[in-house]
Design a binder for this molecule. Sequence first.
Ligand SMILES: [Zn+2]
Length: 237
Amino acid sequence: MSILTITFDDGYKDTYSNTAEHLINRGVKATFAIPSDHISGILENRPVMDKNDILYLQSNGHEIAAHTGSHVNLLSLFNTGGKQAVLDQLSSPKVVFQNSLGITPVSFVFPFIERNNNAELRGLASEHYRSSRITSDTFSVNPLPVNDPFSITGTAITTSTDLPTLNGYIDSILDKNVWLIEVFHLVSAKNTKSAHRDAPYGFFTHIDIFMAHLDHIQNSGITLLTQKDAIASFTAR
Ligand SMILES: [Zn+2]
């Protein structure tokens, strides 16, 4: 039996506004990975959810996951600032979420595609969380049961991932025994510009595609779990 986690990285307000009510109405629980320094602020020119948004998600059964404080590349930080700087980025989200929202995040998500796939960083993450995830920009699944909760991989859904491709991900795993983590960023009616170059943002999904995909997911009967719940139920012991 395969399982699916729907994840939204970076906490964009537009993603929240477009998806939260639909997810709640359908009883779909997702994982939202939010960089804690950016709550109510801006990340890469896009507004980020405020405290009330996050509390609303939490109270409706969604998971709030840690995604560093400042959305820094932890491997670069490790190389320039050392272990303590990384530990600060791992621990500060817990303090912020606990003190200002009463939420204790137990799952961690590394920012940036694949670049933090590093054993030492995973070891540091294990000092603070029950699991940590990296992101691949190609289709990638995790065998079940999970052997190492700190070495799980999500599949980035990009601006060029069309609906047949997205639905095909689900169809391709139904008769297997794997865990697919779909990683969305901006889900909205309109894309934005990249913060880094003169081009459209690369991690945008049109809300119509997302909703049609949600239909496909629910029709498929695949088991949907948050990162936290998947780790709790499917980790090898
Ligand atoms: Zn991110």
